[in-house]
Every structure is written in structure tokens, then in C-alpha cells.
Write a protein that binds this ligand. Structure first.
Ligand SMILES: [Zn+2]
Length: 406
């Protein structure tokens, strides 16, 4: 399981050394370059403990000395930065019409970003898992070929993911009871690294929290746009999961009882009004004349072209979809009072046309003045946010102070 931990604190209980390692690593990640004395001064750990931990972390190549010194009162200090050169983590996403894989090093630097066309909604779970495993193996091959060790792989799925990493339901993919984590492990022939699965929205908000325009924000929501619509919620710096892991399904909150049928079988859900298929159906009534849409990119290009040409029907449709989006966000704002809701996928692509109407609707439907201070913006992370969040999540074990297996 992945969670955003609250600030690790120096501890006298439990595995003190693991916790203290996490404290040191986090301080260096945020404040590098910094000296041993800086770490001791800011974390409350004593200098001898810091020195011992830093020696171990340098030995395991999680930290390195830059050789830089900082001029200040007293003797110059050797500065430390994250190393992480020998390690990498992978994140993947099952998207509407593609599979994505991203690899990062311990410092969060991207090592690889691959996107491969794949129509998961029309494939079987077995075919999708086989395709995921094939792409993962090639990425692992590339990373290990660079002499790095893969620490973990986390996959984002547009659907429900339970606490055991299985998918009881992903309506947008037509999945029921898919044991994706164990099947993927088997398809990867039981690799040495950890394999985890989470919702696309949970991973996307982890990416936002680390790399996005609202990085570091404790009360932050990422609303995914794609074949499904879901919310990844950080409340007080922690990922909100609920008792069985199913929190965040804002896409199936009903907004209009007379609205169109949803992939879940109900009517008028936020997803039925604003998901990618719903948007294409609403704006391009001829799109499904030749059968179901499998490749969304050309349809999205048509919508963008018509919007840029100020086609009145498309502009009217986008404003209406924007109002539905704002209505959905107001539910989040009333319930959770986030500092920001960041929208991804097609919501971001169509942001210039959706967001003005959505912001007005959000303000009108939220009880607190000014929507409780909630900003509503398009994600700046692009189409690989979920995969980037997956890679970030896969680093959680090391960031929590557990040393990688050599
Ligand atoms: Zn629904």
C-alpha cells in the first residue's frame, strides 16, 4: 500500500533507525545541498546520529557529497545531495487508448517516458496485463542496462482498487474482479522489485503533490479526466482511501437524474456527463457512426479544431460540460475544502473552454465564500501524470527509510 506519510519525526519508538533515515532523506530531498550540521539543526537529531546515518546512506549510494562548501561563520561544510544514481522506480498507466511507462531516479529525475497505443477498453484484462508486462519488461531492460536497480513498479488503473491491489470493478475498462497485481507479478515472472496497483487518480495526486504547480500542498485533489472520472484526495497531507480503498469515486456521484446512461449502469453521474467518451458523444454526434471509438486522439483533435474556430455548437457544448465539471468539483469543495482541485486528461486539454464555466459553477454551488478558497486549475503535468505518480509511489519504501536490497 502506498500512502503519503505525514512528516516523519525523529522517534524513540519502533525502528528508530528506519524512521531517522527517512527524516534525513526527506530533509536532503527538500533542502539539498545541505550539510550534516544543517540536518542536525533542522531535524532535532543529534550530530553523532546524523553523521552515522549519512555515512550509511552514502555507503548505500542514497546520498553523495558534492564537494561544495558553503561560506559561513565557522569552518566550511561538505554539502550533501541525493544520489540515487543506482536506483530507479517505474510507474505505469492504463489509459483510454494508450499504456504509459515512466521511470525516475531517487531524486525524481525522469529517466524514461514511453507511451504506447493500446485500446484497453476493447481488450480483455488478460490481453491488457500481457501488454503491460511486455512494456514493463522492456523498460526494466533499458533501466537495468544502464546499471541501475529497479526498486518498484506501480500501475494506475481507472477503476476501483481494493487494499489487496485487486480490481473489483473498472467499469470504463469492462473489468470485474481482476487480480491485476498477482497476475502482473506472474506475467513479470515474480521480479525482485515490488509490484503495486492503485487508482489512476491516487497516483496522479501524488505526482501533483511532488511535481505539480501545487507541489507541497497538504489539501489537494487531482480530478482525472479520461474514460473514467475519479478524484485522488490528499487531506492534511494524507491520501484519503476510505475503509476498503474505494474513496474518491466522484465520477459516480449523480448530478442529473434525467442525464445520459453511465458506464456503471446508473444515470446522470458526473462521468456520464463529462468523461472523455461522454464529451466526444456530446460534441461530435457522428463520432460513433462507424462503431465504437477506439482511438480518442483524432476525435479530440477535431473538438480542439472546432473550439478554436469558435464553432457555436461546440462552444455551447463545452460550456455545458464545464458547468457539470464545476458542479462535480463543488461536491468536493463542500465536503473536503481543498486548497486546489487540479484537473487532468481531457479536462486539462479542454481547460481553456471548460474552466471558466466550471469556476463560476463551483463558486455558485459551494456554501463557503469564494468556494472556500479552492483554486480550480488544469494540471501542468501532461498526459503522463499518473505514471509519474506511480514511479513516485514506488520510491515510498526507500523514502520511508528502508534500505534497498543490494
Ligand atoms: Zn456512474
Amino acid at each position: 500500500m502506498i500512502s503519503i506519510h505525514t512528516e516523519p519525526q525523529p522517534s524513540d519508538l519502533g525502528d528508530v533507525r528506519v524512521t531517522n533515515r527517512a527524516v534525513v532523506l526527506r530533509h536532503v530531498r527538500r533542502h539539498a545541498p545541505c550539510s550534516r550540521a544543517d540536518i542536525a539543526a533542522h531535524t532535532g537529531l543529534n550530530k553523532a546520529t546524523v553523521s552515522s546515518l549519512v555515512t550509511e546512506l552514502i555507503d548505500r549510494r542514497l546520498l553523495r557529497e558534492t564537494g561544495l562548501t558553503e561560506n559561513r561563520v565557522g569552518r566550511p561544510a561538505t554539502m550533501l545531495v541525493l544520489d540515487g544514481e543506482p536506483y530507479a522506480a517505474l510507474g505505469m498507466e492504463i489509459g483510454a487508448d494508450e499504456l504509459v511507462v515512466v521511470a525516475v531516479d531517487l531524486g525524481g529525475n525522469r529517466l524514461l517516458t514511453w507511451r504506447r497505443a493500446f485500446a484497453a477498453p476493447s481488450a480483455s484484462p488478460t490481453e491488457t496485463i500481457r501488454a503491460l508486462a511486455g512494456l514493463a519488461r522492456r523498460a526494466v531492460g533499458r533501466i537495468t542496462g544502464q546499471g541501475r536497480t529497479v526498486l518498484g513498479l506501480t500501475v494506475g488503473v481507472p477503476g476501483l482498487v481494493d487494499t489487496a491491489g485487486a480490481v473489483p470493478l473498472a467499469a470504463a475498462l469492462g473489468w470485474h474482479d481482476v487480480a491485476i497485481t498477482s497476475e502482473l507479478r506472474t506475467a513479470l515472472r515474480d521480479p525482485d522489485f515490488t509490484v503495486s496497483v492503485d487508482t489512476d487518480a491516487n497516483l496522479a495526486v501524488l505526482a501533483e503533490q511532488r511535481h505539480g504547480a501545487y507541489a507541497g500542498t497538504a489539501d489537494l485533489i487531482h480530478l482525472t479526466g479520461g474514460v473514467a472520472v475519479g478524484a485522488g484526495v490528499l487531506a492534511g497531507g494524507r491520501l484519503l482511501r476510505g475503509s476498503r480503498g474505494f474513496a474518491g469515486e466522484i465520477g459516480h456521484v449523480p448530478l442529473d437524474p434525467a442525464g445520459p446512461e453511465c458506464s456503471c449502469g446508473r444515470r446522470g453521474c458526473l462521468a456520464a456527463l463529462t468523461s472523455l467518451p461522454a464529451v466526444i458523444r456530446r460534441l461530435l454526434p457522428d463520432a460513433e457512426d462507424d462503431g465504437p471509438v477506439l482511438d480518442w486522439l483524432p476525435e479530440m483533435e477535431r473538438v480542439l479544431t472546432l473550439a478554436r474556430q469558435s464553432d457555436p455548437a461546440v462552444l455551447g457544448g463545452l460550456a455545458e460540460i464545464g458547468r457539470h465539471l464545476g458542479h462535480g468539483v463543488s461536491v468536493l469543495a463542500n465536503l473536503l475544502n481543498p486548497e486546489a482541485v487540479v484537473v487532468g486528461g481531457h479536462f486539462a486539454t479542454l481547460g481553456p473552454w471548460l474552466l471558466p464555466a466550471a469556476r463560476a459553477e463551483l463558486a455558485a454551488r459551494t456554501l463557503a465564500p469564494e468556494a472556500g478558497g479552492c483554486h480550480l486549475d488544469a494540471s501542468t503535468l501532461g498526459p503522463t501524470a499518473t505514471a509519474l505518480g506511480g514511479a513516485t509511489a514506488a520510491l515510498a519504501s526507500v523514502e520511508a527509510g528502508r534500505l534497498p536490497v543490494p
